[in-house]
Design a protein around this ligand. Structure first.
Ligand code: GA4
Length: 319
């Protein structure tokens, strides 16, 4: 797959984007990040430093996998919680027009499962491409969290990023495939129902097919134009709590109404299971916490007992 440089027209139209676009190479990007996390909880980043070939290579590995016969793909399932899933999301009855791979971010452990199903050569290639991609994306996510910490005057500046860097970090990686829908099938079919992400930060990259929508304060769904060269970042529930509600965990969904298939890959940066999720003391300034204290383990348990669209943080809000 060859990436060409961005057409000038596309660059131009982004200046009028209804959601923040942040150029990480610009000196004002730190304050822009804080503003985006406060006002929307969602933004797009360019000049992110992740090599384009890592993105393209992982996309072609994903296409290879999803092109296998269903009987082969099912060998990598069910997602318990990791593995191949088809239409069923989570274990409480949520359905979507989607098939996916849910993986740990420990590429080595994925290697063994893949090697036993698809052979060593295929597993070697997937492992190598996944490792490169995840290393680069995690580095970018940490850079963003450090810039945000600096912008909020949180000390030390790695107070957030160290949770992703921790060996015990409970991060997840998801590759979604939304099969193409022929024009005659019509309507707005839900690919992945509305929800917020439970972790700290999510980093999404998709191919050039639309579908992602975010819920704006004004009470409407905004369609996010796809951009295969960029990343879309969203604030997760845990970061909302750690900033005592100052940052917003954004509600989003995917509609599957395109005659072209959509591939997306999302890194969900999460803390270690034992980590207490509570507002950072330096952000409290005499304020009370809006949330009862909980560990990531406790929150995760409650997440897995919920339906996709539930307001999961509601259970932990102080009345
Ligand atoms: C949403 C964000 C991530 O994709 C995910 C999802 C998880 C899953 O697919 O197993 C959940 C969903 C997500 C939140 C509610 C529960 C759990 C499906 C579901 C119905 C991997 C995650 O961490 O939470």
């Amino acid at each position: 797959m060859v990436f060409h440089s961005k057409p000038a027209m596309e660059q131009f139209s982004l200046q009028f984007s209804p959601f923040p676009l942040i150029d990480l190479s610009k000196p004002d990007s730190q304050s822009q990040l804080v503003k985006a996390c406060e006002e929307v909880g969602f933004f797009k980043v360019i000049n992110h430093g992740v090599p384009l070939e890592f993105m393209a290579e992982l996309e072609s590995e994903a296409i290879k996998f999803f092109s296998l016969p269903l009987s082969e793909k099912l060998k990598a399932g069910p997602p318990d919680p990791f593995g191949y899933g088809n239409k069923n999301i989570g274990c409480n009855g949520d359905l979507g027009w989607v098939e996916y791979l849910l993986l740990t971010t420990d590429a080595d452990s994925i290697y063994h499962k893949f090697a036993s199903i698809f052979g060593e050569a295929a597993a070697d290639r997937f492992h190598c491409v996944l490792k490169d991609y995840l290393t680069a994306v995690k580095k970018m996510a940490c850079r963003i969290l450090e810039m945000v910490a600096e912008g909020l005057e949180i000390e030390p500046r790695d107070a957030l990023s160290k949770l992703l860097m921790d060996e015990q970090s409970d991060s997840v990686f998801r590759v979604n495939h939304y099969p193409a829908r022929a024009g005659s099938e019509g309507g707005n079919v839900i690919g992945f129902g509305e929800h917020t992400d439970p972790q700290i930060i999510s980093v999404l990259r998709s191919n050039n097919t639309s579908g992602l929508q975010i819920w704006m304060k004004e009470g409407e769904w905004i369609s996010i134009p796809p951009d295969q060269y960029s990343f879309f970042i969203n604030v997760g529930d845990s970061l909302q709590v750690m900033t005592n509600g100052r940052f917003k965990s954004v509600r989003h969904r995917v509609v599957a109404n395109s005659p072209r298939s959509r591939i997306s890959m999302i890194y969900f940066g999460g803390p270690p299971l034992s980590e207490k999720i509570a507002p950072l003391p330096s952000l409290m300034e005499g304020e009370d916490s809006l949330y009862n204290e909980f560990t990531w383990f406790e929150y995760k348990k409650s997440v897995y007992n919920s339906r996709l669209a539930d307001n999961r943080l509601g259970l932990f809000e102080k009345i």
